[in-house]
Design a protein around this ligand. Structure first.
Ligand code: NAD
Length: 263
């Protein structure tokens, strides 16, 4: 299947590692030019160089913190200066901290709102006018399985990703007639640096090994294993492709069967 991604320009936020990087790699393999951002310039440059070499596409790396509005502006402006347009936006950021209601402060809520909700809204605000003008665009938000089945102890993630889903579902209707789709992709437990860190941290608390702790997650997953970033990136790439032209307003999980609801 030709996904029609050759010569498209994709902005992947928080794309230096993990799920964002996997999506960027897959888009590059399909011939898309990339604008990548993340906070750590060194890791970002390494990722950009590796993708450019492996896929022979142009990759622009712009160090930025997606919680800072001026940084987001700089990413979009630099991308448009270099490539003339942004056709595809993949929103992403690190996850907000874990915690129960009485452990989380007002400041942590504000920071999480900027990270998880506002970063996606502001990126969308900046790329949407060009997409409308060209009557083609793809917006894909990386959210979480927590949207369909809240995860214990992840109050910030459960709350704010639900908010982002409401935003995306409403925007999908507002821009559908302009040839722009807006969808969300929901990672389940996927083997990234973040999940490895989390397994190490939690296992230390419980006095067990990280492998044993990973085993606990795996028991909850019908497939009996964690997902691989490439498995996640395959759906992301399809959803932002030409071929997904009639799919909008959806939230689709890539979770090995973890979500137990019918829809
Ligand atoms: P990761 O920690 O491996 O990668 C996160 C990326 O975000 C890195 O490139 C980092 O540099 C970047 N980043 C973090 N904060 C940023 C900021 N303020 N500004 C710019 N860049 C920033 O994480 P991941 O596993 O790839 O997860 C990506 C998203 O998916 C997170 O929001 C996470 O909570 C969510 N998620 C992941 C899983 C999983 O199992 N991996 C499951 C559900 C949800």
């Amino acid at each position: 299947m030709d996904l029609g991604l050759k010569n498209k320009v994709a902005l992947v936020a928080a794309g230096s590692r993990g799920l964002g990087r996997a999506v960027a790699e897959e888009l590059a393999a399909e011939g898309a030019s990339l604008v990548l951002c993340a906070r750590d310039a060194h890791t970002l440059d390494q990722t950009a160089a590796s993708i450019a070499t492996n896929s022979n596409v142009q990759v622009l790396a712009v160090p930025a913190d997606v919680t800072v509005t001026d940084d987001i502006k700089r990413v979009v402006e630099t991308g448009i200066e270099r490539f003339g347009r942004i056709d595809i936006l993949v929103t992403n950021a690190g996850g907000p901290p874990a915690g129960r209601f009485e452990q989380l402060t007002h400041e942590q809520w504000e920071e999480a709102i900027r990270l998880t909700l506002f970063s996606a809204i502001e990126l969308t605000r900046l790329v949407l006018p060009g997409m409308k003008e060209r009557r083609w665009g793809r917006i894909l938000n990386i959210t979480s399985i927590a949207v369909k089945q809240p995860v214990d102890n992840l109050l910030l993630s459960n709350s704010l990703r639900a908010g982002l889903t409401g935003f995306a579902r409403t925007l999908a209707n507002e821009v559908a007639a302009d040839g722009i789709t807006v969808n969300n992709i929901l990672p389940g437990y996927t083997r990234t640096e973040r999940l490895d860190d989390l397994a190490r941290m939690m296992s230390e608390k419980q006095g067990i090994s990280a492998d044993e702790f990973r085993g606990k997650w795996e028991k909850e997953i019908p497939m009996g294993r964690l997902g691989e970033p490439r498995e996640f990136a395959a759906l992301a790439t399809f959803l932002v492709s030409e071929r997904a032209s009639y799919i909008t307003g959806t939230s689709i999980q890539v979770d090995g069967g973890w979500i137990k609801s019918l829809l």
